[in-house]
Write a protein that binds this ligand. Sequence first.
Ligand SMILES: Nc1ncnc2c1ncn2[C@@H]1O[C@H](COP(=O)(O)OP(=O)(O)OP(=O)(O)O)[C@@H](O)[C@H]1O
Ligand SMILES: [Mg+2]
Length: 253
Amino acid sequence: MSRFEKPIWEMKKRKRKRMLELKDVDGFYGSSQALFGVSLQLERGEAVGLLGRNGMGKTSTVRAIMNLLRVASGSLAFLGRSIRGLPPFRIAQLGIGLVPEGRQIFPNLTVLENLTATARARTKTSGLKPWALDDIFQIFPILRHRSHHMGNQLSGGEQQMLAIGRALMTNPDLLILDEATEGLAPLVRTEIWRCLGHLREHGHSILIIDKNVRALNQVADRHYILEKGRVVWTGSSKELAADSRLSLHHLGI
Ligand SMILES: Nc1ncnc2c1ncn2[C@@H]1O[C@H](COP(=O)(O)OP(=O)(O)OP(=O)(O)O)[C@@H](O)[C@H]1O
Ligand SMILES: [Mg+2]
């Protein structure tokens, strides 16, 4: 074997690298602690739900992953490498696509510009087909018709589809959605869930925060429930669906 060839077992090991792993993460806003020892994992090709009532730490967990929240202790790894302390743009470049709470599309760019401004070439790790504009227009046909409209001329639902399309155009290895269906009309929600189901079936790794547990349960394999900044439960969609007390106690539904 030449010195540049890696032994097969090592290549296999690399393939099996966990997509995302948080271990004992403590997160702070100034001196106020929002996350207490949060640990979670997401394997390649998994869709995982992050649940909890308002103010329990879901967005803070996402902010910790993107280094938008001060992490005082614990570890965060993406595809086997530590991302703790890296600048947020670098974390995005490594392959995490975020659809943030409140959309945050570029209001003064057109739909087309929004989709291409942060587009990123395919990574070697994902093994998935790279996204092209046409693919985005196929899942959300309305964006094709609006392609020359400014971001701020779109309806809330269209903006949300654009936010998802923009994240996909970065060809993320991991897609994170924070309340992507919040405040949208039922038809648009259905459209977005259909899209997420499609992504899941095609092997994408997704971390989804959403208040609609029933819809989330159909797409996600497993869930974590947060309460006051702590993971209080983790289990499969089947287990969650079977335990109505769990939903009532931790999610208020
Ligand atoms: N910018 C901030 N500065 C200080 N505290 C914050 C800030 N953002 C959130 N918090 C606090 O951190 C805790 C967790 O908030 P977080 O936004 O993570 O909750 P969440 O689960 O996403 O809630 P929601 O379902 O309402 O989006 C809350 O107590 C909240 O008040
Ligand atoms: Mg939130």
